[in-house]
Design a protein around this ligand. Sequence first.
Ligand code: CA2
Length: 147
Amino acid sequence: MSKSIFILNGPNLNLLGQREPDIYGHTTLADIEARCIVRAAALGHTVDFRQSNYEGALVEFVHDARLNGSAIIINPAGYTFTSVALMDALKMFDGPKIELHISNVHKREAVYHTSLMSAVVTGLVVGMGAYGYELAVDAVANFLANA
Ligand code: CA2
């Protein structure tokens, strides 16, 4: 069976579109999933789109991607700044991996400035809103095409 692009989402992102629209917009995570499926299909890829509020579940999603994923796009949300376990798991994934944030974390409070993930990923998409997910799909498809 061919591998999918894993798109992983961390805590609270299940509530996207319901709070703080000035920062995160009105798009829901289901909307984003639908857009990523369409974008990936146009590029010849399938998507495995997941969200969890639990650190260990996100670690296990990354382990699953080691077997079944061609690439990882991850918005680790609050775990970006705290989770050595998630950083370690990402280190163990050999394909392209993108850290994604909907908002521009660098123009926000200092607590959002130091990511543990950035040093272990291939690249970052930051501050491009929900559209960033489609940009990240394009980016990993390009990496995979040139692998
Ligand atoms: O901008 C992003 O995508 C973030 O990863 C979102 C995280 C935040 O901790 C990161 O620094 C940046 C927070 C996600 C909170 O989820 C929400 C869900 C619904 C409405 C507002 C926020």
